[in-house]
Design a protein around this ligand. Structure first.
Ligand code: ZN
Length: 526
């Protein structure tokens, strides 16, 4: 259905008052104490630019903690032949920054599902759940009904704005999912991932919810007419295709690409719903997009996650970069005079950290900074709020006393020295390290961080004398051996440019992101 909702629901001028009414929000959400506290923090506070935004863009660097920002900034400068420490990533130059408390309602150190639900829906919730409040029981389908919360993306749809979701992870992964789905478990990415009892009880998998957003939203809000997410780009094709090799994409890597056990081909369903749209799977399809003319894009560029930025050149049929996807999405979304909401996730910073590979994490962080720069260049700070944040941190440290300009991926060389410093065990050590995880790997030129998962965790010290720790395949040492490096619980940052950026400051709860976006482009009443 075409978006003419503003005129269908109510006559002209009263529309904004109506949509701005809290009746658009489920009562549980509007009355939730996390929500009301977030609302109160900005309520009544004036700023010249409040309400001035036409567009809102939220960038999320998954796992992009403060140490990641510092290391990536130094790495970016050093790649340009500079010392590195003096530079700033694009969004670090924004005038307004806050520290953000990331804990979930039931977890000191959070995950992406609870944190992104906080950012998108204005309230904190439990770890592992998507688009539902804390009254949920994780994994229990029966507790979803009545606990669903509206997201900023859904409210933007209802307001007649265009909407987009981009991720380098699977588009059904926790962070992108929290923009559009309601699920008792982040892992219910397709029907084959769900317990049969949950399927029988009527819970819908996340991929299905993405394709059915228009119908689901209209069912949840009678009288509302929306047109679905306009631009979707990321990985995760396997959750959209039947478990049958006949449905493989031309660039499939697995013998059977699809995972779905219900025989549904969601890409075909999407094309039927949006015959005017473009379904694309590779860089050729991406290059052929007519961003002025197309109304809808579904780009699923990989069976699972998209490639690490450092590894992107090795993709079978080619993939666009995060910057290219961001630029194309804005070109499509800005065709709507009502404005747009776009969420862009750099999903693989987190994955490279989990694999204990700083090289990969920093490469993806630098690419995110490029994408933000491209978004700012393609929009005006007069009418477009850009927020850049993370969902949580990682146990990633910058240590020792390396001299100025020492390679950030290198071994510590002390001030005034020319050879690596030796620790009390007589061995050199690197500036970067992880407190836990898989530990040391020397995989040489390997640019796929996930190659580190082969073999057992290696904790403790290794003789690095003959190891090139600046190579893509070097994985840093660790203390606590774990099958995967973990998130960290310290605060992350929020950077803002554009209308209502003044509301970004201090040390705030993560659900404030929603309330700040609403301050920039008001979709619900204060
Ligand atoms: Zn993670």
């Amino acid at each position: 259905m075409k978006r003419k909702f503003t005129h269908l629901l109510v006559a002209g001028a009263t529309f904004h008052a109506c949509v701005a009414g809290a009746q658009v929000l489920p009562a549980d959400q509007a009355g939730n104490s996390w929500f009301t506290q977030g609302q109160a923090a900005v309520q009544g506070k004036g700023a010249a630019t409040a309400g001035a935004a036409k567009n809102v863009i939220l960038f999320v660097g998954d796992g992009m903690g403060v140490s990641t920002l510092t290391a990536a900034r130094i790495r970016a400068g050093q790649l340009q032949g500079q010392s590195g420490e003096e530079g700033l990533l694009s969004f670090e130059q924004y005038p307004h920054t806050a520290l953000v408390k990331t804990y979930n309602v039931d977890a000191q150190t959070p995950d992406s599902a609870g944190t992104m639900t906080a950012m998108m829906s204005g309230l904190k919730t439990d770890v592992g759940v998507i688009g539902v409040d804390e009254d949920i029981e994780r994994g229990d389908c029966a507790t979803v009904a009545g606990n669903e919360v509206a997201t900023y993306l859904e409210l933007a749809e209802i307001a007649g704005m265009s909407t987009g979701v981009i991720s380098t992870a699977r588009i059904t992964h926790a962070t992108p999912a929290a923009t559009y789905a309601k699920s008792a478990d982040r892992n219910w990415e397709d029907v084959s991932d769900m317990p049969q009892a949950a399927v029988d009880a009527g819970c819908e998998d996340i991929a299905s919810q993405l394709v059915n957003l228009e119908a689901n939203l209209e069912a949840r809000y009678p009288g509302v007419d929306v047109d679905g997410i306009d631009v979707v780009m990321g990985g995760g094709r396997r959750h959209f295709l039947p478990k049958d090799p006949a449905f493989n994409s031309h660039d499939a890597v697995s013998a059977t690409e699809g995972d779905r056990s219900d025989g549904r081909d969601l890409t075909a369903e999407w094309r039927e719903l949006y015959p005017e749209g473009d379904y694309i799977v590779d860089s050729a399809g991406f290059a052929a997009l007519d961003t002025d003319a197309t109304g809808k894009v579904l780009g699923l560029f990989n069976e699972s996650h998209m490639q690490y930025e450092a590894d992107r050149g090795n993709d079978v049929a080619g993939e666009p970069s995060l910057t290219e996807m961001t630029t194309a999405a804005i070109e499509v979304l800005d065709n709507n005079d009502e404005g747009f909401f776009l969420m862009v996730e750099s999903g693989r910073i987190d994955h490279a950290h989990h694999a204990g590979n700083a090289y990969g994490a920093l490469a993806d962080t630098i690419e995110l900074a490029r994408a933000v720069e491209a978004a700012r260049a393609a929009t005006s700070p007069e009418d477009t709020l850009i927020l850049v944040t993370a969902d949580h941190s990682h146990v990633f440290t910058i240590g020792g006393y390396p001299k100025r300009g020492n390679p950030i991926l290198g071994k510590v060389v002390n001030v005034g020295a020319s050879e690596p410093a030796l620790a009390a065990d007589g061995l050199p050590y690197t500036t970067l390290a992880y407190a836990n995880g898989l530990g040391f790997r020397d995989l040489g030129d390997e640019t796929d961080s996930d190659a580190g998962y082969a073999g057992e965790p290696v904790s403790g010290r290794v003789d690095l004398s003959a190891v090139d720790t600046e190579s893509p395949g070097y994985h840093q040492e660790t203390i606590v051996p774990l099958a995967s490096e973990t998130h960290a619980g310290e605060d992350i940052t929020l950077h803002a440019s554009g209308p209502a950026a003044e509301f970004v400051g201090g040390t705030v709860e993560q659900n404030m992101v929603f309330h700040i976006m609403n301050k920039a482009r008001r979709l619900i009443a204060e």
